[in-house]
Ligand binder design. Structure first.
Ligand code: ADP
Ligand code: MG
Length: 252
C-alpha cells in the first residue's frame, strides 16, 4: 500500500548513542495516530528524522512517503512531497512576519515561472485565520517572537492549514501547554482531519487525546513502539502510568 508513511525497522543514533531501535510505524492517509511515550524515548528524534534533520545518523531502515524513500532527502524536498512537521520548540525569526513566512514557503513550492496570486493568498490566509479564530493583527508579527505557548501553537496550525500537507506531524510540548493551547492544537487538528490526510500527534500526556480522538494509539518505550491500541489505550496509560508498560515488557 503506498498511500501512507511507512517506517520500517529504523535505527537512528546521535553521537553513537542508539535512539530509535528497529522502529516501525505505518500512518495511512485518512487516519490520526497518537504516538505516546515517556521523555527521552525518541519521539522528537523520530519527528526530526522524518523531516530530514541532518543531526541524526540513520544506520538502517526505510521511511517511505507514498512509496518514495525520503532518507537522504533535504527538508524542503520532503516538504514538497507533502510532509509538514510542527516542531516541539518552534524557532523565532525576528523581522520575518507570519504572512511573509507562509507566502515564501508556498512560493518555494511553485513551478518555475508560475505567478503568485497575492490577493488569492491573502483571501485564503484570512479565511483560515477566521476558521482558527485568530486575530488578523497576528499576521504582521514576527514569527514566534515573544509569542506565548498558545500563540506559537496557533502559528504552527496556521502554517499547516495553509501548506495543506498530505501528512502532518505534530510534536507537542510535553509541558507548559495550558488548556487553551491544548484546545487550539486539538481544534486545529480536528479541522485538518480528512480522508486524504494522515496526522501523527506526538504527545507525552493523555490530556490532548480528550480533544482529539485518534484512530490508533502507539506507546513508545526505549526507541520503539511496544504497544498499539485505540483511544482506550491512552486512558489505560493515564490510569496506570508508563511503568505499567515497562513492567509488562519485563514479564514478556
Ligand atoms: P522525546 O521526544 O521522546 O522526549 P528525544 O527524541 O528528544 O525524546 O530524545 C531521545 C534521546 O536522544 C534522549 O536521550 C536525548 O537526550 C537524546 N538526544 C536528543 N537530541 C540529541 C542531540 N541533539 N544530541 C545528543 N543527544 C540527543
Ligand atoms: Mg520530545
Amino acid at each position: 500500500m503506498s498511500n501512507q508513511i511507512e517506517i520500517k525497522n529504523l535505527n537512528v543514533s546521535i553521537a553513537d548513542k542508539p535512539i530509535l531501535k528497529d522502529f516501525s510505524l505505518e500512518l495511512p492517509r485518512g487516519e490520526v495516530h497518537a504516538l505516546m511515550g515517556p521523555n527521552g524515548t525518541g519521539k522528537s528524534t523520530l519527528a526530526k528524522v522524518i523531516a530530514g534533520h541532518e543531526d541524526y545518523e540513520v544506520e538502517s531502515g526505510e521511511i517511505l512517503v507514498d512509496g518514495t524513500n525520503i532518507l537522504g532527502m533535504e527538508p524542503d524536498e520532503i516538504g514538497r512531497l507533502g510532509v509538514f512537521l510542527a516542531f516541539q520548540y518552534p524557532m523565532e525569526i525576528p523581522g520575518v512576519t507570519i504572512a511573509n513566512f507562509i507566502r515564501a514557503a508556498l512560493q518555494a513550492r511553485q513551478e518555475e515561472g508560475e505567478n503568485f496570486d497575492a490577493p488569492a493568498y491573502y483571501r485564503e490566509l484570512y479565511d483560515k485565520m477566521d476558521l482558527l479564530k485568530m486575530d488578523r493583527k497576528f499576521t504582521s508579527r514576527s514569527i514566534n517572537e515573544g509569542f506565548s505557548g498558545g500563540e506559537k501553537k496557533r502559528c504552527e496550525i496556521l502554517q499547516m492549514a495553509m501548506l495543506n500537507p498530505t501528512y502532518g506531524i505534530m510534536d507537542e510540548t510535553d509541558s507548559g501547554l495550558d488548556i487553551d493551547a491544548l484546545k487550539i492544537v486539538s481544534n486545529g487538528v480536528n479541522l485538518m482531519r480528512n480522508e486524504n490526510r494522515g496526522i501523527l500527534v506526538i504527545t507525552h500526556y493523555q490530556r490532548l487525546l480528550d480533544y482529539i480522538i485518534p484512530d490508533k494509539v502507539h506507546v513508545m518505550w526505549d526507541g520503539k513502539i511496544v504497544k498499539t491500541g485505540d483511544k482506550e489505550l491512552a486512558k489505560e496509560l493515564e490510569a496506570k502510568g508508563y511503568n505499567w508498560v515497562k513492567n509488562e515488557l519485563a514479564v514478556a
